[in-house]
Design a protein around this ligand. Structure first.
Ligand SMILES: Cc1cc2nc3c(=O)[nH]c(=O)nc-3n(C[C@H](O)[C@H](O)[C@H](O)COP(=O)(O)OP(=O)(O)OC[C@H]3O[C@@H](n4cnc5c(N)ncnc54)[C@H](O)[C@@H]3O)c2cc1C
Length: 428
C-alpha cells in the first residue's frame, strides 16, 4: 500500500480531514521514538498528544540511558526491608494509605514475579531489550543532531554502609555476565571522581556504560523534530476520541480535524490503561510516582555525572542540580505530595552544597509499571490493527528508541531485532 499523506487541509468553515498510515497516541519518549522509526520506514505517521512532546514522565526523569539496568526493580522480599517500607518514613518508598486497596492485586503479582526463579527468567528476557539501548539512542540522536546530549560518563552509586557497598559490588559482578561494565571505587577514588561530594562514604560503584543526559526533555524534542523533518505530523488532541473507522481508526484533534489511519498505537505511559480498557484490554498497570526539583550549586561546586545516594539522585542538569526521589504510591489523580523530596533535601544538602531551588514547586511524574516488570509491546490480537507500547516503569527513557524500533519492525512486517514474545499483551 503506498503511504497516505498526513495532510489535506479543508477550506474555511469545513472540518479538516487527514489520512495517515499510523496514528501514534502519546508523545513521550516511547511514542515519539515509535513515530520516528515508522516514518523512517516510509509510513506516514500522525503523533497525537494532548500536550507538546515529552512533557510528562519523559520530562523529569534522571536522564540516564541505563545500559546497566539488566535487572529490573524487584519487589523487596526481605522481611526487614518490608518492615522498613511499611513504616512509611523512608526517602526511597512512600505510600498513601488510600492507594493500597487498588494496589493489592498488581503488587501481589509484582511480589510473586520477584521470587528468585521467576525474577531470573524475567531479567533474562528484559535484558534483551536493555542490551541495545545505547546503540538505539545513539542512532536516533546522531540523525537528530542531538548526540552531544548523550554524555558517556555513566553514573555512581555511592554508599556510606559497607554491607550495601558489598551487595552493590556483587550485583556489578553478576551484571558483567550481561555485558555490563563497572568500576569499584574506594573512598579515595570516589573523592577523586566527584570531589564536591562530602560525607562519610565508604566507596561506590561507577556504572560506566550509561549515558547521562543533562536535558531529557531536549532529547525527546530532538526526536520529535527529526520525526517532523522526515515528514511526520505532530497533532494536539485527546486519545479518548479514538474510535473505529472501518478496519482502521479515527481521532479528532484539538482544532476539530479528524485523522484516519490504518493502524493505531497506544503509547500513553501511565494513561494507557484507560485507552486499552475501551477496547477490551484490562492491563494491570500501576503507577510509581516520582519528584524532582533543581537547585543552583553553591560556588564552583559541580558533579561530573549523576550520583545515586540513599534513595535519591543528584544529577547535573542544564537547569541545575536535579534532586530526584524514589517511588510514591498514590491514588490515581491524587495531587502532588512531595514529602520524599522534603525528606531528601536536608540529607542531600549535607553531602553536596546545594543553593536555592530553581523552580517554585517540585515536578511530579508517574512511571508506568506492570506486575512482571516488563513493558507491553506488540499487537492487541483481539483488536486488529491496534498496537501497544507502554509499561516501561523505571526505564522508559532508556528504552524508547529500542521499543520504537521493535514495534516499527512488527508493524511493517520486518524481522524484529529482539524476540518480542516476552512483551506480548496476552501474558496478562
Ligand atoms: C523521578 C523519575 C526518574 C526517572 N528516571 C529515569 C531514568 O533515569 N532513566 C529511565 O530510563 N527512565 C527513568 N524514569 C522512567 C521514565 O521517565 C518513564 O518510564 C518514561 O518517561 C515513560 O515514557 P512514556 O513515553 O511511556 O510515557 P510519558 O512520557 O508519560 O508519555 C505519555 C504521553 O501520553 C500523553 N497522554 C496521556 N493521556 C493522553 C490523552 N488522553 N490524550 C493524548 N495524550 C495523552 C501524555 O501527555 C504524555 O505525553 C524516571 C521516572 C521518574 C518519575
Amino acid at each position: 500500500m503506498p503511504p497516505a499523506r498526513a495532510s489535506g487541509r479543508a477550506s474555511k468553515g469545513m472540518v479538516a480531514q487527514m489520512q495517515a498510515d499510523v496514528l501514534v497516541l502519546g508523545a513521550g519518549m516511547v511514542g515519539t521514538s515509535i513515530a520516528v522509526h515508522l516514518q523512517k520506514r516510509g509510513r506516514q505517521v500522525v503523533l497525537l498528544d494532548r500536550r507538546p512532546p515529552g512533557e510528562e514522565a519523559s520530562y523529569g526523569n534522571g536522564g540516564l540511558v541505563q545500559r546497566e539496568a539488566v535487572f529490573p526493580h524487584p519487589f523487596p522480599r526481605e522481611l526487614r526491608e518490608l518492615r522498613r517500607i511499611a513504616r512509611n518514613r523512608s526517602v526511597d518508598v512512600r505510600y498513601h494509605l488510600a492507594a493500597l486497596p487498588g494496589l493489592v492485586r498488581p503488587l501481589f503479582g509484582y511480589w510473586r514475579n520477584s521470587a528468585p526463579a521467576r525474577y531470573a527468567a524475567i531479567a533474562r528476557q528484559w535484558s534483551t531489550l536493555i542490551a541495545g539501548c545505547l546503540d538505539e539512542h545513539r542512532a536516533l540522536a546522531e540523525e537528530a543532531g542531538s548526540a552531544a546530549l548523550l554524555r558517556p560518563v555513566g553514573y555512581i552509586r555511592a554508599h556510606d554502609d559497607e554491607a550495601l557497598l558489598e551487595a552493590d559490588l556483587a550485583k556489578a559482578e553478576r551484571a558483567r555476565a550481561f555485558g555490563v561494565g563497572s568500576v569499584a571505587l574506594d573512598r579515595a577514588a570516589l573523592h577523586e571522581a566527584e570531589p564536591h561530594l562530602a560525607g562519610e562514604f565508604v566507596g561506590g560503584v561507577h556504572w560506566t556504560d550509561p549515558y547521562a543526559v543533562n536535558d531529557p526533555h531536549a532529547l525527546t524534542l530532538s526526536y520529535a523534530a527529526l520525526f517532523e523533518r522526515l515528514g511526520g505530523h505532530v497533532a494536539l488532541g485527546d486519545a479518548a476520541t479514538l474510535t473505529r473507522a472501518g478496519s482502521g481508526w479515527r481521532v479528532v484533534t484539538q482544532d476539530g480535524a479528524s485523522v484516519e489511519a490504518a493502524e493505531a498505537v497506544i503509547a500513553l505511559g501511565i494513561w494507557s490503561g484507560r485507552a486499552t480498557a475501551r477496547f477490551g484490554y484490562r492491563v494491570p498497570l500501576f503507577g510509581k510516582r516520582g519528584y524532582h526539583r533543581h537547585f543552583t550549586p553553591r560556588g564552583n561546586a559541580g558533579l561530573t555525572r549523576p550520583v545515586v545516594l540513599g534513595g535519591y539522585v543528584l544529577a547535573p542538569m542544564r537547569a541545575g542540580i536535579r534532586l530526584t526521589t524514589g517511588v510514591e504510591f498514590a491514588p490515581t489523580g491524587a495531587g502532588p505530595t512531595p514529602v520524599q523530596l522534603s525528606r531528601a533535601e536536608p540529607i542531600a544538602r549535607r553531602v553536596f552544597p546545594l543553593g536555592d531551588p530553581v523552580e517554585p514547586q517540585p515536578w511530579m511524574g508517574v512511571r508506568p509499571c506492570t506486575p512482571d516488570m516488563m513493558p507491553i509491546i506488540g499487537p492487541a490480537r483481539r483488536q486488529p490493527h491496534l498496537w501497544f507500547a507502554f509499561g516501561h516503569a523505571h526505564q522508559g527513557f532508556t528504552l524508547g528508541p529500542a521499543t520504537g524500533r521493535l514495534l516499527a519492525e512488527m508493524i511493517t512486517g520486518d524481522a524484529p531485532f529482539v524476540d518480542p514474545a516476552p512483551f506480548r499483551a496476552e501474558r496478562f
